[in-house]
Ligand binder design. Sequence first.
Ligand code: DP6
Length: 320
Amino acid sequence: MSTREVVTATAVAHPNIALVKYWGKRDGPLNLPAVPSLSLTLDGYHTTTTVGPADADEVWLNGARTDDAKVRRVLDLLAPGRPPLRVVTANDFPTGAGLASSASGFAALVVAADAALGTALPREALSVLARRGSGSACRSLWGGLVEWRLGVRVDGADSHGVPVGVDWDLRLLVAVVSDAKKAVGSTEGMERSRATSPLYAAWVANGPRDVADGLAAVRARDLPALGAVMERSTFAMHGTMSSSTPPLLYWQPATVALLHEVFALRARGVPCWATMDAGPQVKVLCAPEHAEGVEAALRPLALRVDVHRPGGGAHVSSPS
Ligand code: DP6
């Protein structure tokens, strides 16, 4: 690292929700995925992260001091031999509840730290670094629809987000069932599925086809085809989760009620499709003209329903 002065810089990033899911690693330490994935960055939730000089490393999350080894590790990878840094990060949505706070968190961290340290890395390199913190974070460097490619290099340098390049005005509704932190985090859950689920090999084998079908649907702007792939990937992932030992069951009764409501809406001719992640929330994909009706149908079954448009990529909001 050069002797360049550290400045204070702030970045904002949004979480992304996978339409074709990432679950499983082919390399733990490098955080390389076993499957490719495809996501939509949301506009309505924000992580804001400020990185600046300090006497010793300090990390603050939502107002509380934490000692996050992954944060320090990502900073070390960004700038080996770096000076001590203060990282202050806050989410305006529930943390660790299956709403992709680690995705926006590490995307905001690498963008803020890159500006603070003056490393000026290309976006792909920042995506690789964010991936080292949390796999799904590599997709939040870009807005809208983003593919995370498997890559072929053993060092993982080509496994990062790639913007799909299709600007599509979709709506993703997040029906929040619980704000509680999940019992089993994604990293631990994935390892449990890899080690114990009899369905894991089939899940991994299907991943490339699901992403290819998802990309074809996006390029054709075929929402029913995209919705069908999204549900197929979601239920295959949750089948892999629930067939792990001990079972990973992220659903609550309200999760199931919301799923039935989505299926009932579709049976009544309202085009909408569901996905879930490592938590009880149900996310519903639809076209803008159906968002209001879908929201009204989901609201009685959830704590609240947040309606998102496609959001932008992680960006510096205030260097000093
Ligand atoms: C279910 O990116 O949180 O949300 O790489 O271990 O940090 P780590 O996992 P993480 O996993 C996200 C899994 C998922 C599906 C997805 O976002 O693709």
